[in-house]
Design a protein around this ligand. Structure first.
Ligand code: NAD
Length: 713
């Protein structure tokens, strides 16, 4: 096989080492690549006649994407000695690079990530291209790891402790300009001048043997005073702990590696890093986050149909019917992304409210520095409004987001038909109504689909694209592309009650109420869910989405899945009494005071008392099992019915749609890591609760075969 490195000699006894993994779009630092570079380093160690080394990528605008995540993900099944060796091998290699007998300069053009950044940190100098694609990052914490090949020790010694903490604990990239400001890179120059400037830099650092003096300095302790260290780390630890809530150990581990290592000589600091890296490498949390990374990448490429020849239609104008909570959000998302949009509602008051909420979204972003007044002007320039359907005549796609009432919706389709272009696509944002059924009222059922956004639209990334029985591929691909254009993540699915996310969420919501009736306290239920990693407990979620909405959606599930879906009558009773949750001031809890913080409400106890069947305490484990197992079984039914095409779509749908904890990799990854057999035993314990705890055929089969949703390898 052709190698990934090419070594040549330029005039002036300067070596040029070019990294270019054959047949790949990006350079990754895989095991094979590391072995190859080890041999080259061994050759270079003997070349005392060289004046310097330039290191570059053979892929213009693509430097190094980092370590091979497939290999890192596989470490979960590896013995601990293998993990130790992986870390030690990287350290030994970069240590040898840092000791080459001549100055070394990395020429960085394009993204330089993770292991790539750690490699260039072991060199004497770095030059970056002024290409806007050039970004430097140590993003390891995002996949549950720490920069474990020297990053936690070499980065602070180069750019100072505070900047290093930001880069390592946040994982965000810095630009070429910032890299120069921080002293990471000597200079930013046009990409085609990198080699010439690199040669010049070698000349500069060879004067007075500056490169050797710099090596000496970087091998020393950083020399932070006790006060400096205490302040930097205490602030960072508080910030990280607040953000990660004890569920993402990597950023705190990285901080500890820096705190314990930077004031030691480099070699000792690196030993500290290796020890701490062991704690997070190959763990289930890291494996879960690596899976999410791969699923995200796969989803970003998924066109939603199997036929590769189907092309998306071009969309230059979008109509949105309804300017309420969702309609305004959907119209804003399009207008913010530069898509000409027309928002229609029944009167000017509602249009005014819709526009006000659009301005609030962009205004809020301006306040936190994420948008500019120019963005507001551009959004408003892209947004038209009307109280008539006439402007839909120019629209390629019309998204209906009116009140959740099938009769109203289908009547609206009939009314707008004379105004729609014959080839227009019509999509509904319904949460609960059958797409296949409503398609019959649309002018062209093959160009009708669901496009289900989540609330609040500006913050929720997921869009469920639902195909009815007659929806054609072109419609699906067009809606998928449109969703991506407005920076959302579309998942394509077949029509079914609740679609993907609500169908799996509702058994969880409902089980919480059933446990409440059996004696569990609402605090215990919410706490167990938070402990598992959900952003909010199911009781709090009821109060937030509205008890009326939950009750209505639950009823849809009961009607659709009579064999297993049950609804606690308590919910309808609370709705009848006007207790809708936060929006009405009280639901399960009451919302009092200026900030409407949820508090226990004695008035609720009267409702509960009538329904309580028991008074026993529930353990946290029992609560989590009861909440998650019916979700899991519903997910297996979704796969049996081929509602989605990949198990990964279930996991990503739940991560993006309801905040299922990403560190668990999603619901099906959670099942894989617990073991289907273990969960089957738990299900057996709850068999008296009925069909909703009865293993499905596919699950039983999986247990029998000792199978997994995501077999490794
Ligand atoms: P909403 O009550 O806030 O807004 C509905 C809007 O539709 C109102 O402004 C109303 O005037 C308008 N409307 C009603 N009939 C109309 C007609 N014939 N022509 C033009 N406008 C008409 O409701 P919402 O929460 O925005 O929900 C809209 C849709 O989105 C529903 O199908 C709902 O199920 C779905 N949805 C809601 C959420 C949510 O969290 N609220 C989430 C996802 C999907």
């Amino acid at each position: 096989m052709e190698g990934a490195f090419q070594l040549e000699e330029l005039d002036g006894a300067i070596a040029l080492l070019t990294f270019d993994v054959p047949g790949q779009k990006v350079n990754t630092f895989s095991r094979a690549v590391r072995q190859e570079i080890e041999e080259i380093v061994a050759q270079l160690e003997t070349r005392t006649n060289l004046n310097g080394l330039l290191f570059t990528s053979g892929k213009p605008g693509q430097f190094i994407a980092g370590a091979d995540l497939n290999e890192l993900g596989a470490l979960i099944d590896a013995p601990r000695e293998t993990v130790t060796e992986e870390l030690a091998v990287g350290h030994a290699l970069f240590d040898r690079v840092s000791r080459l007998p001549f100055p070394t300069v990395a020429l960085i053009d394009g993204p330089c990530m993770g292991g790539g950044t750690e490699l260039v940190l072991s060199m004497d100098c770095r030059l970056v291209s002024d290409n806007c694609k050039t970004k430097i990052a140590l993003p390891e914490v995002k996949v549950g790891l720490i920069p474990g090949w020297g990053g936690t020790q070499r980065m602070p010694r180069l750019i100072g402790i505070n900047a290093a903490i930001d880069m390592i604990c946040g994982g965000a990239p810095i630009s070429a300009t910032r890299a120069v400001e921080l002293g990471f890179a000597f200079d930013a120059v046009p990409a085609d001048l990198l080699i010439d400037e690199g040669r010049r830099l070698i000349g500069i650092v060879r004067e007075d043997d500056q490169w050797q003096a710099d090596r000496q300095t970087r091998n020393q302790p950083l020399g932070l005073s006790e006060d400096q260290a205490n302040f930097a780390f205490a602030v960072a630890e508080g910030h990280v702990a607040g953000k990660t809530k004890g569920q993402y150990p990597a950023p705190l581990a990285a901080l500890r590696a820096m705190r314990e290592g930077v004031n030691l000589p480099l070699a000792e600091g690196l030993a500290v890093e290796r020890k701490i890296a062991m704690e997070v490498t190959g763990t289930p949390i890291s494996a879960g986050l690596i899976s999410v990374f791969f699923m995200t990448t796969a989803l970003a490429r998924d066109r939603g149909v199997d036929n590769p020849d189907v092309q998306a239609r071009s969309v230059s104008r979008v109509g949105v019917l309804g300017a309420g909570l969702m309609g305004a959000g959907i119209a804003t998302a399009h207008a913010r992304s530069g898509v000409a949009t027309c928002m229609v509602d029944v009167d000017n008051d509602r249009i005014g409210a819709g526009l006000a909420s659009a301005e609030k979204v962009v205004g809020g972003r301006i306040k936190v520095g994420r948008a500019t007044p120019q963005d507001m002007a551009s959004m408003l320039a892209c947004m038209n409004t009307s109280t008539s359907h006439a402007p839909f005549a120019d629209c390629d796609v019309v998204i209906e987001a009116i009140t959740e009432n099938e009769e109203w919706k289908t009547a609206a389709y009939k009314q707008m038909t004379p105004h729609l272009r014959d080839d227009a696509i019509l999509a509904s944002n319904t949460s609960t109504i059958s797409i296949t059924r409503m398609a019959e009222a649309a002018p062209h059922p093959e160009r009708f689909a669901g496009m289900h956004f989540f609330y609040p639209v500006d913050r929720m990334q997921l869009v469920e694209v639902i195909r009815g029985e007659k929806t054609d591929d072109e419609t699906v691909v067009t809606l998928v592309e449109l969703a991506r254009r407005i920076r959302k993540t579309p998942i394509v699915m077949k029509d079914c009650p609740g679609f993907l996310v609500n169908r799996i969420l509702l058994p969880y919501m409902n089980e919480a109420l059933l446990m409440l009736i059996e004696g569990a306290s609402m605090d215990a239920i919410d706490k167990a869910s938070l402990k598992f990693g959900f952003p909010m407990g199911p009781i709090a979620l009821h109060d937030l989405v509205g008890l009326d909405t939950a009750c209505y959606a639950g009823q849809v599930m009961v009607n659709a899945f009579k064999d297993r879906a049950v609804q606690a009558p308590l919910l309808a009773e609370l709705v009848e009494a006007g207790r809708m949750g936060k929006k009405s001031g009280a639901g399960f809890r009451q919302f009092v005071g200026r900030k409407s913080r949820p508090q226990a409400d004695p008035a609720f106890d009267t409702f509960l008392a009538k329904h309580r069947t028991d008074e026993r305490e529930f353990t946290s484990e029992e609560i989590t099992d009861r909440l998650l197992l019916p979700m899991l079984l519903e997910a297996t039914r979704i796969l049996e019915e081929e509602i989605v095409r990949e198990p990964g779509h279930v996991d990503m749908g739940l991560i993006l749609g309801i905040g299922f904890p990403p560190f668990r990799g999603g619901l099906l990854h959670w099942c894989d890591s617990e073991g289907a057999g273990v969960l089957a035993d738990k299900l057996a314990k709850y068999s008296s609760l009925g069909k909703r705890f009865e293993p499905t055929d596919s699950f039983t089969q999986m247990v029998k075969n000792d199978g997994k949703f995501f077999p490794r390898g």
